[in-house]
Design a protein around this ligand. Structure first.
Ligand SMILES: Cc1cc2nc3c(=O)[nH]c(=O)nc-3n(C[C@H](O)[C@H](O)[C@H](O)COP(=O)(O)OP(=O)(O)OC[C@H]3O[C@@H](n4cnc5c(N)ncnc54)[C@H](O)[C@@H]3O)c2cc1C
Length: 463
């Protein structure tokens, strides 16, 4: 059978309309399946959310994408948004670390290391010894232990902490390196050195933008275009309330605009955060529920600060900075939104998005908006200097937003997949499986479709 028709005759329900579910639904449709997507909210996109206010464009989730995100870029093309892709400003690749009371530029290549004060000279010297460190490590090694073993104590304390906190709100002492960034271990195994592996990476070519990129009308224009492209197969405002195994697949019980409805399908893709997935699977697989509920999530808060750049100018340009927790800045870091993409702020104005750790409580954050804004302004003044006059200060919260792949995560996910194999055709997709990046989520949606169709094809109903 032609690959484009390998899903012909298969009825699939995708549950969850974030980027993972949208990617799954598009891939299933491209393979000829009869697919419907059920999303609880009326708005597609999940954590991808953009708001517009006068001439400000505010991103409350992902801010940008990388030229290496090939699957994501293909999707953007598929829904006709390639012409909306915008490259970051030429200096946008510069990233900084807040250390010892100043912004320290991270080296963009090994040759720039002698000029960077992100680590002490001794710290850099130890890091550069990495190619001479023998392969090693333990199973389920944490990010911190991996960094300390290969790059030294200071790199683990400063770089691993900033990287993990800034990208996931988590702790390098808790996350497992194979789940957080599998390439690190692969490079160690294949090349005997992470730095050697990094240097051997082919340069990305052919992307329709350079540096970090974004969509001109906001990141959420992608999920909106994807949902529109699905037409009446995208069911917004339709939370799935229960799943019921049936003779030939599943019954999906969902709430529609006016009443509860049931869809009968051959297979289901659950593209949900782990807790929502656990709730739906509890009646059919208690062991799956327990594994899913054991996955911790971190919460983040975001503060958008807008200012008149004629009266106050941030002291550095580029992508933004990360603040290791040991430096006690009170925030995890910031993205200099308008330095990256000037069209996000009115002319002659600046926009910075400050990230703060949440308290992990999905029900609410103990900090009031005022406390979060004050902390962010305090950090900005310490980093860039006094005189900041605020024109816009808005708070957003992302409770229980980022799954934490703690030690043993990969093993738990394998067990989960094993548990699900005894149920009628069902596949998982989402940020807790293979990585939180948009690119990983897109791929997890596509992989889920392929896995589901394989199971469906080997079932008696398919023949
Ligand atoms: C503040 C923040 C900044 C980020 N920055 C970046 C970045 O710069 N780069 C990057 O690559 N990644 C970034 N990420 C990570 C990335 O955005 C997420 O990992 C990704 O968007 C998750 O997508 P998802 O579809 O798996 O899940 P979600 O976005 O959580 O979508 C799940 C969907 O399921 C729906 N749902 C829940 N229960 C039900 C139900 N019972 N029935 C039907 N629908 C249901 C929800 O309403 C939701 O829409 C960031 C995340 C956050 C929170």
């Amino acid at each position: 059978m032609h690959a484009a028709e390998s899903g012909k005759g298969c009825r699939i329900a995708v549950v969850g309309g974030g980027i993972s579910g949208l990617s799954a639904a598009h891939h299933a449709r491209d393979l000829g399946a009869d697919v419907h997507l059920f999303e609880a909210s009326h708005r597609p996109g999940g954590w991808i959310r953009t708001t517009r206010q006068e001439q400000w464009t505010l991103e409350w989730g992902p801010h940008s994408l990388l030229p290496s995100s090939s699957s994501l870029i293909q999707l953007i093309d598929r829904v006709g948004l390639t012409s909306s892709l915008r490259s970051g400003e030429p200096g946008a690749r510069a990233r900084y670390i807040w250390r010892r009371g100043a912004l320290r530029k991270l080296p963009s290549s090994p040759l720039a290391i002698p000029f960077s004060r992100a680590l002490s000279p001794v710290g850099w010297a130890r890091l550069l010894m990495e190619p001479f460190i023998r392969r090693g490590g333990v199973e389920e090694e944490t990010v911190y232990a991996f960094f300390r073993r290969r790059f030294g104590e200071e790199a683990a304390r400063i770089l691993a902490d900033a990287m993990v906190a800034g990208s996931s709100g988590g702790w390098p002492q808790q996350l497992e390196v194979d789940s957080f960034q599998p390439l690190l271990r692969q490079w160690e195994q294949q090349h005997g050195s992470v730095l050697a592996g990094l240097l051997r990476q082919p340069a990305v070519s052919g992307a329709p933008f350079s540096g970090p990129g974004t969509l001109a009308d906001g990141m959420d224009s992608l999920p909106h275009a994807m949902a529109a492209d699905l037409g009446d197969r995208f069911h917004g405002g339709s939370p799935v309330e229960a799943l019921e195994p049936a003779d030939e697949g599943w019954k999906v019980h969902y709430r529609g605009a006016y009443a509860s409805n049931t869809a009968e399908v051959d297979g289901i893709i659950l593209a949900l955060p782990a807790p929502a997935c656990a709730a739906l699977l509890a009646p059919v697989s208690d062991r799956s529920r327990a594994i899913l509920e054991s996955i911790p999530y971190a919460s983040l808060s975001l503060v958008q600060i807008g200012y008149d750049a004629r009266k106050w100018r941030a002291s550095a340009q580029g992508f933004g900075f990360l603040a290791p927790r040991s430096e006690n800045l009170g925030v995890l870091g910031a993205i200099w939104s308008s330095s990256l993409f000037p069209f996000r702020a009115p002319p002659q104005h600046g926009l910075t998005t400050v990230f703060l750790a949440g308290n992990g409580d999905p029900e609410g954050d103990p900090y009031s908006d005022k406390i979060l804004v004050d902390r962010s302004l305090d950090a900005m003044r310490r980093v860039h200097g006094p005189g900041l006059e605020v024109q816009l200060a808005l708070v957003g919260r992302a409770p229980a937003a980022i799954p934490q792949a703690t030690r043993g995560h990969r093993r738990r996910i394998d067990r989960l997949q094993h548990e699900l194999s005894s149920l009628p055709a069902l596949a998982l997709s989402g940020s807790y499986l293979d990585g939180i990046s948009l690119e990983s989520c897109v791929r997890s949606g596509q992989d889920a479709v392929v896995g589901l169709l394989d199971r469906w094809k080997s079932s008696p109903e398919a023949s």
